[in-house]
Design a protein around this ligand. Sequence first.
Ligand code: SAH
Length: 237
Amino acid sequence: MKSLLLMISLLTLVSAPSGTGSDVHALRRQAMVRNDIKARGIRDEAVLAAMSRVERHLFVDRRYVDRAYEDQPLPIGEGQTISQPYVVALMTEALRLKPTDRVLEIGTGSGYQAAVLAEIVSEVYTIEIREGLAERAERLLKRLGYRNIEVKHGDGYFGWEEHAPFDAIIVTAAANHIPPPLIRQLREGGRLILPLGSTVYFQTLTLITKRGGELEVEQLGSVAFVPMVGEVQRGRR
Ligand code: SAH
């Protein structure tokens, strides 16, 4: 009986305040970080803290709010998807970020990955080729108070020369080659991560480190991203 009462009061606690259900989301988010991210080997405290803070349910399509803290990609409109939380964590950790870093993201999508980055580093520049998504992400990120993120509508193939060089570059759409402008805009010692591969369904998560003019290449496993479009599809094959 006592435990039943306790459960009921816990339930009211969880669902009552302010009517937004934000505490439910907070609990689900903590569970996601614990079970799907930490338990699967992500150790970087800055990444874990960032993923605990960013409210993924605000970035997904309204119809999927209840599934926002499942470890799955979800639709964000225009046939695009927000990445699976574990993959966001894996890619972010692989970039070995420092608080003073300046990061470029290609494929803003919902803006979620940009928000996670912005919790960790000082400057985030993000480019989205679909105007509707770029505008929506920019509005949301502004509303959430991120002042260290700049969103641009354009083809990320060409990078963002004006703010180069970058300490890290993250490409969140699949490409069959690394856009040469991105390599040029990476500073010495900088890291670039992208889903590299020519198939529609699977790519290899590839981490590049620029060292002494050479590129060190590491493969981090298989992933499934929506394709990068624009110049990359006209370029080398
Ligand atoms: N990082 C996003 C998810 C990315 S989905 C998030 O956190 O929600 C991939 C995104 O890449 C899509 O929005 C797609 O429109 C965009 N994209 C595809 N090709 C691109 C290009 N050449 N330049 C910039 N963005 C591109």
